[in-house]
Write a protein that binds this ligand. Structure first.
Ligand code: DX5
Ligand code: ZN
Length: 221
């Protein structure tokens, strides 16, 4: 499966966004990962609907909208969701996961089910026909700059094995949280192919964004 880079936009320098997007376009970045937090499902506020709209107007790079919000099924209409975009909803954030995924599919976008580190894999069993990807959180969502929860590596492996043995070989696995160059190698080996790269990956004061992307690609080759 193709290795895809999804930079975490909450880690990008907001005063330099124009340049950041140009670098991503030039380097053929796959998706822009946008963390939407509502201060209830997770203890933080981050990027929102206007931010998504502005990015959509500015670039053709597809969006990867990570909804860390309660009852996402009521809120998908607030976002500019296109055919090539991914939208992820947390299993823990709704009593109506199937409905939330259907709302995304209504927009012809790609649907992703997200699991917090403590949520068991079996929770996706009954929505396999409704998803294009599974998002395995490798930290507790809410903040950038956290440490990898080691047990999530095994969970990635189990997810890939479960999807493959159930006949869903085309369903992608995204990982989010402390996806450093070093951790990405382990995550890829475990079966992940979409990488949310943030403060521990390509966004660093020690090298340019372009160098970061290059290093990431070399590490996960
Ligand atoms: C939470 C976020 C964070 C973060 C990723 O959903 O997506 O995981 O921005 O970057 P790191 O963990 O490298 O700071
Ligand atoms: Zn995220």
């Amino acid at each position: 499966m193709k290795t895809e880079i999804c930079p975490s936009m909450m880690c990008a320098d907001i005063f330099d966004l124009q340049n950041v997007i140009s670098v991503f376009e030039k380097n053929k970045i796959d998706y822009l990962h946008i963390d939407v937090m509502d201060g209830s499902f997770v203890p933080n506020f981050t990027l929102g609907t206007d931010y998504c709209r502005l990015l959509k107007e500015r670039t053709d790079i597809p969006l990867d909208i990570h909804l860390m919000i309660d009852r996402p099924e009521d809120k998908t209409d607030w976002f500019p969701i296109g055919e090539n975009d991914y939208v992820s909803v947390h299993i823990e954030s709704t009593n109506h996961l199937h409905r939330a995924l259907a709302r995304i599919k209504d927009k012809r976008a790609k649907a992703m089910a997200a699991l917090n580190p403590a949520t068991p894999l079996c929770m996706i069993e009954n929505v396999l026909d409704d998803i294009d990807a599974v998002l395995i959180m490798t930290v507790n969502p809410g903040y950038a700059g956290q440490k990898l929860i080691p047990s999530t590596l095994k969970k990635i492996e189990e997810t890939r094995a479960f999807l493959d043995s159930s006949g869903y070989t085309g369903v992608e696995i995204e990982v989010d949280g402390n996806v450093s160059f070093e951790n990405a190698v382990k995550m890829k080996k475990a079966g992940a192919n979409m990488f949310v790269v943030g403060s521990s990956g390509i966004f660093s004061k020690d090298f340019t964004l372009e160098e970061g992307i290059d290093r990431f690609r070399k590490a996960t080759e």
